[in-house]
Design a protein around this ligand. Structure first.
Ligand SMILES: NC(=O)c1ccc[n+]([C@@H]2O[C@H](COP(=O)([O-])OP(=O)(O)OC[C@H]3O[C@@H](n4cnc5c(N)ncnc54)[C@H](OP(=O)(O)O)[C@@H]3O)[C@@H](O)[C@H]2O)c1
Length: 288
């Protein structure tokens, strides 16, 4: 029986492949960059089998699953699928974001993950055992500026995981969603900032972020729980990361009203004129 890990060419996936192999398990690691997978196999040995696969391409997924059936028999049954391949692209507000980036995130994080799960699940149900571990994100739980579609794809992963639990009732198949917070040691931000490595590095500076190894050990811990125990979701953050308050936008206050100018009376009113006449008349009568 083997663990199938998507996105094994870097970051969490590579760390999980290494951690599971070192714990004695058989791992099939997939990704688009075959050379990175080959490097990993050189390090990990025959307990790791690399397969090039693009989760966004159904034919590529089908070919990879057929390839698994040609591996030594001990790799042919997938006991655990770790849906880790995923990405964020851009951090612009929704009105400025690139729509092609949105499509890529939806295709990879939602459709790719769903398609592979759909392909792998039936055999797990027949075997009455198996485990789907999805890699969600805290971005699926808490909105943040520029998180728009990335966060929405991870909210999908969260709800999909919970709904799988409902559908798999009584089958013995387990489902967990790992929701990591800020985590360094992967290519996540380099990909998000499209090769602006300086901007990516700045994000983690002095942050004491989680590491890919922390997530790998979380996945191993989940897999090693007894068969009767299911952790539905596990949200993990570095201690340095916590919650910000809700933001309130305040309009610029309108300018204060102009002070009222005193009314300049150019022509004396009739009453004033009368009283003036009366006063002058009275004054004149004094000198008569
Ligand atoms: N790092 C974080 O702070 C963080 C936090 C929360 C959640 N996550 C999630 O954790 C997962 C792993 O991310 P990471 O941090 O380890 O980033 P990473 O180093 O960039 O790893 C992403 C992996 O996904 C693979 N991938 C991307 N698109 C693919 C596609 N179309 N087909 C097949 N494989 C594809 C990449 O391999 P190829 O490019 O070789 O195909 C790579 O191996 C992602 O789902 C991410 O959303 C990360």
């Amino acid at each position: 029986m083997a663990i199938l890990i998507t996105g094994a060419s870097s970051g969490f996936g590579a760390a999980m492949a290494q951690t599971f192999v070192q714990a004695g398990y058989l791992v099939i690691g997939t990704a688009r960059r075959g050379e990175k997978l080959t490097d990993l196999q050189v390090r990990l040995g025959d307990r790791f089998q690399p397969i090039v696969m693009d989760v966004c391409d159904k034919e590529s997924v089908q070919a990879a699953l057929l390839h698994i059936q040609t591996l030594p028999e001990k790799f042919q049954t997938i006991d655990c699928l770790i849906n880790n391949a995923g990405l964020a692209l851009g951090l612009d507000s929704a009105d400025k974001a690139n729509f092609a980036d949105w499509e890529t995130m939806i295709h990879t994080n939602i459709i790719g993950l769903s398609y592979l799960t759909h392909q792998v699940l039936p055999k797990m149900v027949v075997n009455k055992r198996g485990y789907i571990i999805n890699i969600g994100s805290i971005a699926g739980n808490y909105p943040y500026f520029g998180g728009n579609v990335y966060g929405a794809t991870k909210a999908y992963v969260r709800q999909f995981s919970l709904n799988l639990r409902a559908d798999l009732h009584g089958t013995g198949v387990r489902v967990s969603n790992i929701e990591p917070g800020l985590c360094e040691g992967s290519e996540f931000s380099n990909v998000r900032f499209k090769g602006d490595d300086e901007r990516a590095a700045k994000l983690y500076e002095y942050a004491n972020a989680l590491t890919a190894q922390d997530i790998a050990e979380t996945a191993l811990w989940l897999y090693q729980r007894p068969a009767h125990m299911n952790v539905n979701t596990i949200e993990v953050m570095p201690v340095s990361q916590s919650f910000a308050g809700l933001q309130v936008h305040k309009d610029v206050p309108p300018p204060p009203p102009a002070p009222e100018l005193p009314v300049v009376v150019e022509t004396p009113s009739v009453a004033a004129a009368q009283s003036e006449q009366g006063f002058l008349g009275k004054l004149a009568s004094l000198f008569k």
